[in-house]
Each structure stands twice: as structure tokens, then as C-alpha cells.
Design a binder for this molecule. Structure first.
Ligand code: BGC
Length: 792
């Protein structure tokens, strides 16, 4: 990567080993679909992977692995619309692997959502071909993508053959670990043409039967011929190049699927759309305007290298979850629409994404919560299947909300397929409840809170209350047989059954969900409360029981610290230095130990923040209050000791871990905070999790870093109808500004600098904003700017 402006992301030279990573980081998308930043002249192989994914487009297949038949639902790699190759007549197609690359440069323009690449290919006898391409995936029209290619002959005059295609012969093969699994998701591939310059391809997914229509228009100053193959719709042109004169070829592509609203047939819709599409310049203009508007709503201004990375993170968050997402029935895919890792599934990662979106794109947050609400019945069925009432949301969710977590996972280090118990992470339900609550706090959306929000809260709370078992000896309720956020621990050593007891994170968040739900029920307008109680059969007795459970869930402690789960403190200590010395990178300690014939379950060694997640979700005051309700005094010393304890026992095998540690340590005013913030900032750009970014970005960590500035450092909370701020100093990130959308005010500007807060509320006829600092409260009128010194 080379130095660049704060609005570009640039790569110089062709580096096959980096290509997968660049493709992920140069992915272009619009919340409806995305395409990896691959070379159009290259097909999928060991180096290149030109994937295209539409949000929510999944397909389920059964494969045989390790003697088991396993079913997996995957986000489908759609036909490759990008394909465009070129050669001198009679010569080989030019690719960076088959021809000599004299220069190569790739620039991602974050401001306009456009990728530009320039490559000079060496030809025989000192000649060269200069290729410049610009591409974008429409932010104005989410069904369109455009690729402009300019060819310039250097040192020769002569012909160039250009071939563009829609290629339906693709499979899901972007993740090496999944290659034993069936990746053939597309069937009934047909091609055709609808105009002299337009071809189309249609197909459907094998089991989910989603129909896909694509159409491509090729525009050049020369005639276009077509060849329709079984799975490829090919268009060809023959250019006569002369030195100094650039020949331009535009490929405009439309994509529709049968999930789209307001269409009758995806192919007809794609053909019509491409037919009606204007030329490159007009499309780009509209696309730029759409991006300008997004940047205005999500403005963040942080100086230096951190600011540049944050902008890239924001760019990818917006490409995965844009206002176009608000019209779709989709969740937050953990790895963006950028690759096939985790199969496009939806985990608890929305916990790191929605709090950021709430203050910029509340309509997107609401839609993402809608995805969960539509799957409430499925979650209730899952709870029933475990013999409990309420809703048990799946650890991994896809199309219909059933549990999509794989049964087996491969340890690439040992080559063994192992049982996967991560589905026992029932805490995902609390993440959904937390997001409902924070969304409603930030937006004041009482309508949502009183309807869908209350319905989800009620059923999630009910599941927790029904899961809690009273222990006479302890005189407390316990939740047993679960897995916490640290997925390294999925069982007690030598236990026959998976699952752990009294995971502190699970129990404390469950207690919080129960308390908040009771609060919401009390505050519901009477007619609505009656409706809800009638529909769910929730009576006074059950609510009393919830109240009791919310006060008496067991939170284990040992040696003066909160235990991750009952018995964590009895596990063996790991020889951290020894393992670091032997293996260097020990982030994936679970795989290392399993390959050694051992198991991480025997050790006090965590993959990621688990107990410390509590300090990420709740302010110190909130946390003290929750603990106090549970009958514990959580003083600063206990929290500090707990932070120290887990800091020494965490391998950070998830990108979420650095983020949470950075956040928690900054609040604890600890010097190490910046190291972890940097780990979170560099997670994807430097591919810190060892090759995983090439399989898709880590969306939770990316959005989390934005929220680290927005809520972590500022202590911004939107409770009680006021904007509460309690900034913590982080010397390395001490001046920043951003704009938020809050209680109907568009573009409230906040800037923190030199121990001073500047807040500007845009003119409107709305109510003034109540701003609460630790030492005072002020009211800021629309149209007013206030400067406030922060307490030292
Ligand atoms: C983490 C989970 C996360 C998942 C998807 C895993 O490595 O441990 O917490 O939800 O990745 O991002």
C-alpha cells in the first residue's frame, strides 16, 4: 500500500500474494449487492476471486465430510458480471499472471465509491498496452454496476480483441477451508441477447429457488458481436488501436433477483433497467451524488492515519448496510458482502454495528431489527424445541432464521473436522434485545418499542427466565449448559456434554434484559399492554418470577474477580510465554492446542473479551447498577482487577477482541488502550487474523472502531431523552469530530479538541437538545453552537 490522500486507498505494483486481501478491501457495493475488487481479466483461481454477492441471497446444500452428511446455507456467489479480457489477435489473453506487468496501480476513491486501476502490460518488441479501468456499483441505482475500460497502445498501431462476458459458471470456492463442501449453488443457467449490444444471463439457486437475472450492455465505437454459450453470455469487439488515441469500452450491468420488490420477473427487470440506463458520465454523476449524501450523514473527522483507516471502515460499513438495505429483509452479515467466510451468516456482530448506525441511519437499524422480528416465530420454535418458552435466536442466522451454525468445523492445522458447539451461544438473544433498547433510546421510536421491539424483548426475556434454574444451595438462579462470547471454551475438561454454567456475560445481560423488559411492559400504553399480554399469556405471576430471576441470577467470582463462568478459575494456567515462543502468533490457540492433541478447554485462556464485554456494553454507572440489583458491589477495584486478569489470559483470536479491549481500557484510563485500538484499526488492513480478510472483511470490528470514537471515547449515551457525554482522554486520539442524527435533528455536529466540546445543532423548529456532562447540563437550541470546557 502506498501513501495516499485521506480519501483514497491505493496499491502499487502487482502482488499475487496480496491479491485476495486487496480484492476484499477494494470490494464495491451498495447494500444491495457487492463485487470484490478483482481483475476483470482474471477468473477464480488460487490468486484471484471475483465474487459477487447479493444481500440475503442464500442457498442450502448438503455435503459429505468426514463420514457425515452436513447441511450448510451459503450466501451465493452470483454470476460474474465483471469479466472482460483482451489480447492481440492470435496472442494469449493478457492477465497479470500470463503477461509482464510493467506498472500497476489500483486506487479506491472513497469519496465517490469508485475503483480505478491502471496497468501497463508489456507486449512483444518493446510495445506496451496501457489499460485504465474505472468501476462502480451503483449507490444511486442499486441494481446497476458499471465498468469503463480505456485501452491505449504504446509504441504500436494494431488490433486488440476484447471479450466481455456474464459468466454463470461460478461456484462458491472462495474459502479454502470449505472446499470439501458442495459449492455449486446455481442451476438452470441460460443466456440470450435482447439488443445488438445487450446480452443477458438468467439462472436460479439450486434449493432456495431464487431467480437471478443479469443483463449487460457493451458500448464502444465499433460493432459488438455476441456468442451465447451454455453458461456464458459473451460479447466481443475488435479495436484498432493507434498510439496516442484511447479507445473506450463501457460495460453497464443490471442485476435483479426474485427477492426484489416491485418487479415481476428478474430477467425482464434487468434487461429493462440496462436498456433504460444512461451513459457512464450520467450514471457516475448520480452515483457520486448518492455517495456525497451518505458521507454527509456519516461524517467523521479524525486526523492522521487513524482517520484514514476509519474512513475506509466507514466506506465498507456503508457498502454493506446502506439506505438501500432498509428495503430488504436482511441482517448484518459478519463478513460484509465481501467474501464467503462464515457463509454470509448473521451472528451477534450487529451488537457492534447498530449502535453506530442508530445515530446516522436509523431507518437502516430499524430494518435490521425487522429482520430479527420476522424470525421471531422461528426463534420461538427453537426455544420450544429445547423445552423452553420464549425465543431462542440462532447463533448463526441466514434466510429463514433457523440455526445455521455448522455441525462440524475444520481445524486447518490438524486437518481434523471437529464438532462445533458454538450454537450454545444463546447470548445472541441479549444482543438483539440490547440493540432494540439502544435503537429506541437513540431515535425515540416509541412506535417500534411498543410493537415489534416489545414483542422481541418479551420473548427473549421469557427465554432467559425459563432457562434459569433455581439452586437451593446457592439460593440463586443459574443458567447452565451455554457458551459465552469466548468460544474457545465450549465444555468443562473431560465433560461428556458441551456447555458451561453461569457464564457471567450471559447471566448479567440476561438480568439486564429481564429488567428492561419489565420496565417497557410497565411503560406501555394500556391498550397496547393489554394486547401484548393477551397475545402472549404473560401474567402477573410470570412477571414476578422475571423480577426475581433478574435480581438473583448467579454471577460467579473467584479470587476477587468476576469469573468468566463457574469453574474458570480452577482451570490450568497456560504457559503463555512458552506458546508465544514456540508458535509466534497464538491468536488461534484453540487450533494450536487441538493439533497438539490437547484442548483449550483445560486452560484459563480466552479467545476474546467475554466478561470484559460488559464494560463495552454498559457505562461504569450502568454496570454498577446492574450488579447492585444482582446483590453485588462492583467497585472500581474489582473491575480493575477483573480487567487485568483477563487481559493476561486472552489471545485475541477474534477481531472483536482488540476493539473491546481498546474501548474498556480507554475508559479505565489505561496506557495500553491505544495498542488495542490500533489492533482494531489495523485488523483488516494488515490482515492481522492471518489471511482471513481475503475471505471477507470483519464488519463488526470495522463498525466498532467508528463507534469507539462516537460513543467509546465520548461516553455518549442517549438515555433519558438527553445527550449525555462523559469523554475519556486518549492522548493518541484527542481531537475528532462527527455529525449525528438524533431525535429528528439531522446533522448535529460534535467536536472534541483540547479538552473542549463544541456542539452545533442545525437550525430547525424542533426542541432544543439537552446536553449532560458529568458536571453540568446545558440546553442547546436549534441553530446554536456551544463550546463547553470538559472537566479535567
Ligand atoms: C467470533 C464471534 C463472531 C464471529 C463472526 C468469531 O470468530 O468469535 O464472536 O461473532 O467470529 O464475526
Amino acid at each position: 500500500m502506498t501513501a495516499a490522500t485521506s480519501w483514497t486507498w491505493e496499491y502499487d505494483g502487482y502482488e499475487p500474494a496480496d491479491e485476495r486481501l486487496r480484492e476484499s478491501l477494494c470490494t464495491l457495493g451498495n447494500g444491495y449487492f457487492a463485487t470484490r475488487g478483482a481483475f476483470p481479466e482474471c477468473v477464480a483461481d488460487e490468486v484471484h476471486y471475483p465474487g459477487t454477492y447479493a444481500a440475503g441471497c442464500y442457498n442450502r446444500l448438503t455435503s459429505d465430510v468426514a463420514g457425515h452428511s452436513v447441511e450448510n446455507e451459503d450466501m451465493v456467489n452470483l454470476p460474474n458480471w465483471l469479466a472482460l479480457r483482451f489480447r492481440r489477435p492470435g496472442g494469449r489473453w493478457l492477465t497479470p499472471d500470463t503477461a509482464t506487468v510493467l506498472d500497476h496501480r489500483q486506487v479506491l476513491h472513497l469519496d465517490s465509491g469508485m475503483m480505478e486501476r491502471v496497468t501497463r502490460y508489456a507486449l512483444a518488441e518493446g510495445k506496451a498496452l496501457f489499460v485504465r479501468q474505472q468501476r462502480f456499483v451503483g449507490m444511486a441505482d442499486p441494481h446497476l454496476a458499471v465498468l469503463r475500460t480505456e485501452f491505449t497502445a504504446e509504441g504500436f498501431a494494431g488490433a486488440l480483441d476484447v471479450e466481455a462476458a456474464l459468466d454463470g459458471g461460478v461456484t462458491n470456492s472462495g474459502v479454502a477451508r470449505y472446499r470439501d463442501l458442495d459449492g455449486h449453488h446455481l442451476t438452470h443457467v441460460h443466456t440470450g441477447s435482447s439488443a445488438p449490444d445487450t446480452v443477458w444471463l438468467r439462472c436460479r439457486t439450486r434449493t432456495s429457488d431464487i431467480r437471478i437475472g443479469m443483463a449487460a450492455r457493451l458500448t464502444a465505437d465499433v460493432p459488438v458481436t455476441e456468442r451465447l454459450e451454455v453458461s456464458r453470455a459473451v460479447q466481443r469487439i475488435h479495436l484498432d488501436l493507434t498510439p496516442g488515441r484511447t479507445a473506450t469500452v463501457d460495460k453497464t450491468v443490471a442485476l435483479h433477483t426474485s427477492h426484489d420488490p416491485a418487479i415481476s420477473d428478474p430477467l425482464d427487470a434487468a434487461v429493462d433497467r440496462v436498456d433504460a440506463a444512461s451513459g457512464f458520465d450520467d450514471l457516475l454523476k448520480a452515483h457520486r451524488t448518492a455517495w456525497d449524501q451518505l458521507w454527509r450523514r456519516a461524517e467523521i473527522d479524525v486526523p492522521g492515519a487513524a482517520g484514514r483507516i476509519l474512513r475506509l471502515h466507514l466506506f465498507h460499513v456503508l457498502q454493506t448496510l446502506s439506505p438501500h438495505t432498509a428495503d430488504l429483509d436482511v441482517g448484518v452479515p459478519a463478513r460484509g458482502l465481501h467474501g464467503e467466510a462464515y457463509r454470509g451468516h448473521v451472528f451477534w456482530d450487529e451488537l457492534f454495528v447498530l449502535p453506530y448506525l442508530n445515530l446516522h441511519f436509523p431507518e437502516v437499524s430499524r430494518a435490521l431489527l425487522g429482520y430479527r422480528h420476522r424470525r421471531l416465530d422461528q426463534a420461538r420454535a427453537a426455544a420450544r424445541a429445547t423445552g423452553r418458552r420464549g425465543a431462542l435466536y440462532p447463533w448463526q442466522s441466514g434466510s429463514d432464521g433457523r440455526e445455521e451454525t455448522q455441525e462440524l468445523h475444520l481445524n486447518p492445522r490438524s486437518g481434523r473436522w471437529l464438532p462445533d458447539h458454538s450454537r450454545l451461544q444463546h447470548h445472541v438473544g441479549s444482543a438483539i434485545a440490547y440493540n432494540v433498547w439502544r435503537y429506541c433510546e437513540a431515535t425515540g421510536d416509541a412506535e417500534f418499542l411498543h410493537t415489534k421491539g416489545a414483542e422481541m424483548l418479551l420473548q427473549i426475556a421469557r427465554y432467559w427466565a425459563d432457562s434459569a434454574v433455581y439452586d437451593e444451595g446457592l439460593g440463586r438462579y443459574r443458567i447452565q449448559g451455554v457458551v459465552g462470547p469466548d468460544e474457545y471454551h465450549d465444555a468443562y475438561p473431560d465433560a461428556k456434554l458441551p456447555g458451561l454454567d453461569d457464564n457471567a456475560y450471559t447471566n448479567v445481560t440476561a438480568a439486564w434484559v429481564l429488567t428492561r423488559t419489565l420496565e417497557v411492559l410497565r411503560a406501555l400504553p394500556e391498550p397496547r399492554r393489554r394486547e401484548l399480554l393477551e397475545r402472549t399469556g404473560l401474567d402477573g405471576g410470570e412477571r414476578e418470577h422475571w423480577d426475581e430471576v433478574s435480581r438473583t441470577l448467579h454471577v460467579p467470582f473467584h479470587g476477587g474477580v468476576i469469573s468468566q463462568f463457574e469453574g474458570y478459575g480452577d482451570l490450568a494456567e497456560l504457559d503463555w510465554d512458552g506458546y508465544r515462543k514456540r508458535y509466534g502468533d497464538i491468536r488461534r490457540l484453540d487450533r494450536i492446542l487441538e493439533a497438539e492433541g490437547d484442548t483449550v478447554n483445560r486452560y484459563q485462556a480466552s479467545k476474546q473479551a467475554d466478561v470484559l464485554m460488559l464494560g463495552y456494553l454498559f457505562s461504569p454507572a450502568e454496570l454498577q447498577e446492574i450488579f447492585s440489583r444482582l446483590g453485588h458491589r462492583l467497585d472500581q477495584d474489582t473491575w480493575r482487577r477483573t480487567v487485568d486478569y483477563y487481559l493476561r489470559r486472552t489471545s485475541h483470536g477474534s477481531t472483536l477482541s482488540g476493539l473491546v479491549h481498546g474501548w474498556v481500557l480507554a475508559r479505565a484510563r489505561r496506557a495500553e488502550a491505544w495498542t488495542f485500538c490500533q489492533e482494531a484499526l489495523r485488523g483488516d488492513i494488515a490482515d492481522l487474523q492471518g489471511g482471513t480478510t481475503g475471505e471477507g472483511i470483519h464488519l463488526g470490528a470495522m463498525a466498532g472502531t467508528l463507534d469507539l470514537v462516537q460513543r467509546g471515547l465520548t461516553g455518549l449515551a442517549t438515555s433519558g431523552g438527553a445527550l449525555c457525554l462523559d469523554p475519556v482522554p486518549l492522548p493518541e486520539l484527542s481531537s475528532y469530530g462527527f455529525a449525528i442524527h438524533y431525535l429528528g435533528h439531522w446533522g448535529i455536529q460534535l467536536r472534541l479538541e483540547h479538552g473542549r466540546l463544541e456542539i452545533t445543532v442545525p437550525p430547525s423548529d424542533l426542541d432544543p437538545i439537552d446536553v449532560r456532562l458529568p458536571d453540568r447540563s446545558v440546553s442547546v437550541q436549534p441553530g446554536e453552537m456551544r463550546r463547553l470546557m470538559l472537566p479535567g
